[in-house]
Design a protein around this ligand. Sequence first.
Ligand code: SF4
Length: 267
Amino acid sequence: MAKIIRAQAAKKSRVPSVPAKSAKKPPRKPIAKKPAKAASPPAAKKSPKLKPLKLKPWTSAEVYEAFSRFRKASPEPKGELEHLNPYTLLVAVVLSAQATDAGVNRATRALFAVADTPEKMLDLGEDTVRDYIKTIGLYRNKAKNVIALSAKLIAEFGGEVPRTRAEIEMLPGAGRKTANVVLNMAFGEHTMAVDTHVFRVGNRTGMAPGNNVLEVELGLEKVIPSEFMLHAHHWLILHGRYICLARKPRCDVCVINDLCRWPEKTV
Ligand code: SF4
């Protein structure tokens, strides 16, 4: 019996080697496929994590209603980054990239107590700034940027934070989101800073779907009435941070759950 089984196994093991005549062809295929496999990972990284759904657009009346409810629930929403003036707000926003507001606040309380102007920050020097912010991710590069942007503010803007998006974007470590936050919070401009929370809410609700943060920013600016724009950024960011959570949105307590277009909402 054992011999029979061994004989059968031996037969099976020979099967793959049967197409000996075609043995010359197969090697060409793997060689041709290798470059494709090597190229695929970067392509996967570029694809957006959250693809816009094709949802029924909100009407003007619905958008007005949503922001009226946000306003009623929180008439004066506040950002959570602690700061003392436009300069410290700018520094705090630059430090907040890939970090939580709470983590930034823990570091900047002590830093801003000794350096609340570009001049004082330069006097501290990069090494000392680095020590103050070493609990924040990417702190080495951020310390460099804080010193460099402080020097640029003194050299080119008289030590003041400029009031245009283009000028703020020129500062080391500052991008479009930084500029929008500073323009909105420090100077009362009707800008819309889109972070991960606002991006999610804009897409998920269907209020301003977009493949990237700029598309969502422009979409929100287009649909939100001017009378809400001063606080719209904070309403949306706080809504995303505390209600419309990424993994388990709290649809049961959401004030716009009847307006939201998300097919997976739980109400
Ligand atoms: S209903 Fe749910 S998914 Fe829609 S906005 Fe509210 S919390 Fe987010």
